[in-house]
Each structure stands twice: as structure tokens, then as C-alpha cells.
Design a protein around this ligand. Structure first.
Ligand code: SF4
Ligand code: SF4
Length: 361
């Protein structure tokens, strides 16, 4: 848990040194927004980025991914036998990931790495990835991470937490993976006489004050304390769903921007003599998501789909894993919904919902 000081004048040099062992990923500005991507040799993470529209979950769970492939030409060796495409297992470092997105990766992991099943595509990449987080000094107006189990200085899921202190970063080393990355970059925790040494009490005080200031800047809150006590049936039958869903146009934006949504579809595609099994992000907001081969659709109405999204995030997940809600409060869906459907309002409605009792009828 040591904190070191990294002067910004040494930052780019450190990134370059680390490239000898790691592939670097980070936020890069493209057109009018930032996106996490693998950095080219002369590229550096833009550490002034706000909340990226697409969350860094896409680095481990791409929107479209070839799972298996084969050759249909009978003259090919192993034709018609599906195999996983080769992948690059060089260690990766994701630089500048925000704390709420790191927590989201931990929540996604509950789905991809279970006692019954280990998703190799997700788990193998997670194993070789180091997360170097960047605290949020100035939260966005839609950020409600403090009441969604994370916060601007949250540490869950991170190997290092960087805090921007104008001319330098304070780097809190949280795991051995994080320590190894910083060493590779030349920022050593045990460099007694070097530039990185800083009095630990002073550093802790600074971090605490900055954390409190950032948390105080978050004006938006959700209430989740009573969700667990509600029954699924009561919430399912609540009177507000029609009104919540009324304006929804089923665009799916809320699910595609969400760092904790994990639904996907699997398609087989054949082109010429090559065949691939591909998984693509899918969305519960689309009527096709639950359309059966028989033509029956258990969630054919949009109210059913909107209800499903909120019930999954705020009730089913909470009940199943007992690790809080399936939302980290990043605010992306709040900003992105074209008709202003707001999870904060729905969460508070669900939390305070009281079904009419027999005597109240
Ligand atoms: S539900 Fe909305 S606020 Fe919550 S994690 Fe997903 S995108 Fe962010
Ligand atoms: S972003 Fe808004 S309109 Fe689009 S599917 Fe989600 S709730 Fe509906």
C-alpha cells in the first residue's frame, strides 16, 4: 500500500520503458470523444479525459469477437474443426481507467468466472492485465458512484491508483501486479534516494483530503438500502413501470455504454471457405433479444424490456451475488439516453416502493 511520487516530467519516459514488457492501453481522443485502445509506440494515454462514452470493458469483452474459426476447404489441414484463433498473451497495462470502471470489471467477472464455468476469452485477458487507475478529481454532473459502491477514489479492481496533483502523480500501489508494472516503468517503490520517495503520512493526508473533496462534489445520490427486502414479485408488479418505459425508443444505448452489461449473442458466419463463430454485444432492450424460434416473445412489449433492465441491475443481481447493485454510478446511461430515462430516479422509486396491502385497497 505504499504511495510514491511520479513527476509528470518523468511520466512519458516511464510509459516508454514499460513498453519493453507490456502492451499499453489507454484513453485516446478520437474526433470529439475519448476511447480506450491499444496505444501505438508514440502514443500516450490522455490523462485529462472525462468519462469515455464506451467503457474500457471493451478491452476484455470486445463488441465483436471471433471465438472459433475453421476452414471448410477439405484440402486444409484440420478442415471443419473449430479452434480458437491465436491471440497475443503479452502482459497488458490499462492506464488511466477510472475507479468506477475498474469496479465494473470486478462485477462482470462474477458472470464470466464462476465455479461452474470459466469464460476463457475474458479470464485469459484479465489474468495478464494490470489496471493503473486514475482518480476522478472533478466528477461529472451525472456521476453517482459514491452511492453505487464505488466513488471517485475507489480502489476496487485496481493494481495502482494514480492521483493527479498538478505537476506530479501520487501513485498508491495496491497489488504486486501494480508494483511490478511501476518497477518496469522505472518508478520504484523502494528507491530510497530517488525521485519517487515521499513521506507516507503527508501523502496519505493529501490523498484523503482530495478524496473527500471529490466525493463532496458529487451531488447526485441513489438509495439502495431497502432493495434487498423487497420481493421480486412486488417490484415486478409495481405501478410505475408503464410510466418509466413510456418514452423508451429501444435504442439500446443505455446497455451498450454500460460498463456492467454483459449480454451477448453468438452467430456462425461463413464466407467462402472460411467459417467463424462470433460473439457480439446484445441488448435486452431489443425485442429480438428474447424472440423464440417459435415466434413467441416473452418480452415482446417495451415495458417488459425496460423493467427487465432495471430489475436485473437493481434486484436480481443484488439478490444473487450479494455484492451490491449491478451499476457503478458512472452516469453514462443518464447522459446517453435520448429520452432522459434516468436510473437514479428508477432506483429510488424501486427502493421506496410499497405495494398496496389488502387493507390499503
Ligand atoms: S447502469 Fe448506467 S450509471 Fe450504472 S453502470 Fe451502467 S451506464 Fe453506468
Ligand atoms: S437509452 Fe433510453 S431510450 Fe434507449 S433503450 Fe435505453 S432507456 Fe430506452
Amino acid at each position: 500500500m505504499k504511495i510514491i511520487r511520479i513527476n509528470k516530467t518523468a511520466w512519458k519516459g516511464g510509459m516508454d520503458k514499460s513498453r519493453g514488457k507490456y502492451h499499453l492501453f489507454g484513453p485516446v481522443e478520437e474526433r470529439d470523444h475519448h476511447r480506450f485502445k491499444q496505444l501505438d509506440e508514440n502514443q500516450y494515454p490522455d490523462m485529462d479525459h472525462g468519462t469515455c462514452v464506451r467503457s474500457p470493458k471493451a478491452l476484455l469483452f470486445p463488441p465483436s469477437q471471433v471465438m472459433l474459426e475453421t476452414c471448410l476447404d477439405e484440402s486444409c489441414e484440420n478442415h471443419h474443426i473449430f479452434t480458437q484463433p491465436p491471440w497475443d498473451d503479452t502482459p497488458r497495462a490499462v492506464i488511466g481507467i477510472r475507479p468506477f470502471d475498474a469496479r465494473a470489471i470486478g462485477l462482470l467477472n462474477l458472470n464470466f468466472d464462476t465455479d461452474e464455468y470459466r469464460d476463457p476469452y475474458w479470464c485469459d485477458v484479465l489474468d495478464i492485465t494490470t489496471f493503473v487507475g486514475l482518480a476522478v478529481n472533478t466528477p461529472s454532473r451525472s456521476d453517482f458512484s459514491t452511492t453505487a459502491g464505488s466513488g471517485p477514489f475507489g480502489e476496487q479492481g485496481l493494481d495502482v491508483l494514480l492521483v493527479d496533483c498538478e505537476d506530479h502523480y501520487l501513485a498508491k500501489i495496491l497489488t504486486d501486479k501494480g508494483d511490478a508494472f511501476l518497477k518496469e516503468a522505472g518508478f520504484k517503490a523502494d528507491d530510497k534516494k530517488g525521485d519517487t520517495e515521499i513521506d507516507q503520512e503527508t501523502a496519505n493526508d493529501t490523498l484523503q483530503k482530495m478524496k473527500e473533496k471529490a466525493e463532496a462534489a458529487i451531488g447526485s445520490v441513489i438509495h439502495t438500502d431497502r432493495l434487498k427486502d423487497k420481493t421480486i414479485l412486488d417490484l415486478h408488479g409495481a405501478s410505475f413501470w408503464e410510466e418509466v418505459a413510456f418514452a423508451c425508443i429501444n435504442c439500446g444505448t443505455c446497455t451498450f455504454v454500460c460498463p456492467t452489461c454483459w449480454c451477448f449473442d453468438i452467430q456462425d458466419e461463413t464466407r467462402g471457405q472460411s467459417s467463424q463463430r462470433i460473439r457480439n454485444w446484445d441488448t435486452c432492450m431489443s425485442p429480438l433479444f428474447t424472440l423464440h424460434g417459435s415466434g413467441h416473445n416473452p418480452r415482446g412489449e417495451k415495458t417488459q424490456r425496460v423493467k427487465q433492465r432495471f430489475m436485473h441491475k437493481l434486484k436480481y443481481f443484488l439478490d444473487k451475488y450479494d455484492q451490491g447493485i449491478m451499476c457503478v454510478g458512472c452516469g453514462r446511461c443518464v447522459e446517453g439516453c435520448p429520452v432522459n430515462i434516468d436510473i437514479r430516479k428508477v432506483c429510488n422509486q424501486m427502493n421506496s416502493y410499497e405495494p398496496l396491502t389488502q387493507s390499503g385497497l
